[in-house]
Structures are given as structure tokens and as C-alpha cells.
Design a protein around this ligand. Structure first.
Ligand code: NAP
Length: 252
């Protein structure tokens, strides 16, 4: 089988591109030649769209409003992407996510549990199901989920967040085995303490928590660019599948 790790000319759909990690992934995949379809829920994408203007002959970058907790929005997103780009995505970065700082199970309502599972896990299944037919037809695809160190237990958020992210890792590992024969790889990046994001503004926000930089072996928080580097590497490395890459500065 020939090796094809080319990103140039491929269409990448990145959810949550209005956030810190999603925007960094958009920048890096664009720099590597991909065409982009980007989603946001409530924060408009205008600043990042502005960055791409005039670059590389105005290579297409489309923006789509989508609340991933709503099934109809996910279907509409795929319809819009097909209309704008004439195809469905070759690369899927499932990044949009929700988490609220809570440590005590008694503070987590059942509604909060359901919403967290819907946004982080249920939508990951639905969006993957929508994306896979095109990838099978092309015999090429890259699916990258942004999970979390929380999947293994360590988290500033509650058990519902950890459960949702552990579910995403299971989804990814199972699909990696099932879809390998179709030329599709599935991996997840499990970040920890990535600042410059809506979830974690800066290192100050980590003081006195398990994520305090004094507890991180490399002695600092991670950057959104470092997260994007790993996502792009996974797109360019078709021999790597079914893996969960812990991006945590050595934090366990
Ligand atoms: N920062 C970290 O240290 C860290 C660590 C582990 C995992 N993660 C994961 O990394 C991913 C990206 O988060 P981030 O750190 O970049 O934080 P962020 O800047 O707050 O970005 C979160 C993104 O998710 C989108 N989003 C939230 N709820 C949504 C919904 N219901 N429907 C559609 N989009 C929704 C937001 O859209 P709008 O802003 O448009 O509403 C935003 O684009 C998440 O999955 C998060 O769990 C982050």
C-alpha cells in the first residue's frame, strides 16, 4: 500500500475553533496546506478568519455556527460543509468541549452530567459517524479527538468531565482498530494545563490546584501551539493509530 501522509489540499473540519486549542490547530493545519471548515458555538470566528485573509490565494476557510450538543446542528454542519467545499472533511479534529471546575460529586447535578456527556462524548460519536462515509470512500482519513489528562482521573473538573473524556478515548481506540483497513487513523491528544484558552487563562488560574506549575515536572503550563503541533503530527503520520498522547509536561 502506498504511503500517503499529505495534508496539502485536504479539507480539515475543526470544531471549537473559536477557542484556544481549536484556533491553534486551524493555524497549523492551514500552514501545512489544508483547506479549513471551522466551527464556533457562541464566540464569532472573525479574528481568526481575518488572519487567513490574503494568504495563499485566499485558500478556502469557512465558518459554521454549531452547538455540538444538538443533533440537528451537527447534521446541518455537514450539509453546509458539503455545500461550501463540495466534499466532506478528510481530517476531523473533534475539539469542542465543555468543562466546569468542580471537585465534589455532590455538586454535580444530573443535568450537568448529561450536558457534559452530550457535548464531550455523544457529539464525538455523532460527528464521527457523519464524517466516516467520505473517508471510507476516499480510503484516507485522520480523526483526532482532543480528550484530556482527566480521562485518567487527574482533573480540575469533576467526575462527569473525566468520564466523558475517558469515553472519548475508548471511542477512538475502538474505531482505530475497526477503521484501519479503510486508511483511517484515530488518535486522541490528552492535554493538561494548556493556558491561553477559555478553560485556563494563565498560570495564575492554576495556583493552589493540582495543576499548579510547581507540580508540573517541566515547570510551566503548555501552549496551544504545542497542542496543535501534536495534532498536525498525527495527521502526517498514518502509521500511528489507536494512541492517546498525554501532553502534560510530565504531569501524571
Ligand atoms: N485547556 C486545557 O488545559 C485543556 C486540557 C484538557 C483538555 N482540554 C480540551 O481541549 C478542548 C478545547 O478547549 P480549550 O482549552 O481550547 O478551551 P476554550 O478556549 O474554552 O475552547 C472551547 C471550545 O469549545 C467550544 N464549545 C463549548 N461548548 C460547545 C458546544 N456546546 N457546542 C459547540 N462548541 C462548543 C467553544 O465554542 P464558543 O467559544 O464559540 O462557545 C470553544 O470554541 C476541549 O475539548 C477541552 O476539554 C483542554
Amino acid at each position: 500500500m502506498p504511503i500517503d501522509n499529505e495534508i496539502k489540499g485536504k479539507l480539515a473540519l475543526i470544531t471549537g475553533a473559536s477557542g484556544g486549542i481549536g484556533a491553534a490547530c486551524a493555524r497549523d493545519l492551514f500552514a501545512n496546506g489544508a483547506t479549513l471548515a471551522l466551527t464556533y458555538a457562541s464566540t464569532k470566528l472573525d479574528p481568526i478568519l481575518e488572519e487567513f485573509k490574503g494568504q495563499d490565494g485566499d485558500r478556502k476557510v469557512s465558518a459554521h455556527q454549531c452547538d455540538v450538543s444538538k443533533d440537528d446542528d451537527l447534521q446541518r454542519l455537514f450539509d453546509e460543509v458539503k455545500k461550501e467545499h463540495g466534499q466532506h472533511p478528510d481530517i476531523l479534529v473533534v475539539n469542542a468541549g465543555y468543562g466546569k471546575r468542580t471537585s465534589d460529586i455532590l455538586d454535580i447535578s444530573i443535568d450537568e452530567w448529561d450536558y457534559t456527556i452530550n457535548v464531550n462524548l455523544r457529539s464525538s460519536f455523532i460527528i464521527t459517524k457523519l464524517a466516516v462515509p467520505h473517508m471510507i470512500e476516499k480510503a484516507w482519513g485522520r480523526i483526532i479527538y482532543i480528550s484530556s489528562i482527566a480521562a485518567g482521573g487527574t482533573s480540575l473538573n469533576g467526575c462527569h468531565y473525566s468520564a466523558s473524556k475517558a469515553g472519548v478515548q475508548g471511542l477512538s481506540k475502538n474505531l482505530a482498530i475497526k477503521l484501519a483497513k479503510n486508511g483511517i487513523t484515530c488518535n486522541d491528544v490528552a492535554p493538561a494545563m494548556i493556558t491561553g484558552t477559555g478553560m485556563l487563562k494563565d498560570e495564575e488560574a492554576l495556583k493552589g490546584t493540582p495543576g499548579d506549575v510547581k507540580n508540573i515536572p517541566v515547570g510551566r503550563s503548555g501552549s496551544t501551539t504545542e497542542c496543535a503541533n501534536v495534532v498536525t503530527m498525527l495527521c502526517r503520520t498514518g502509521y500511528l493509530t489507536g494512541q492517546s498522547i498525554l501532553l502534560s509536561g510530565g504531569l501524571k
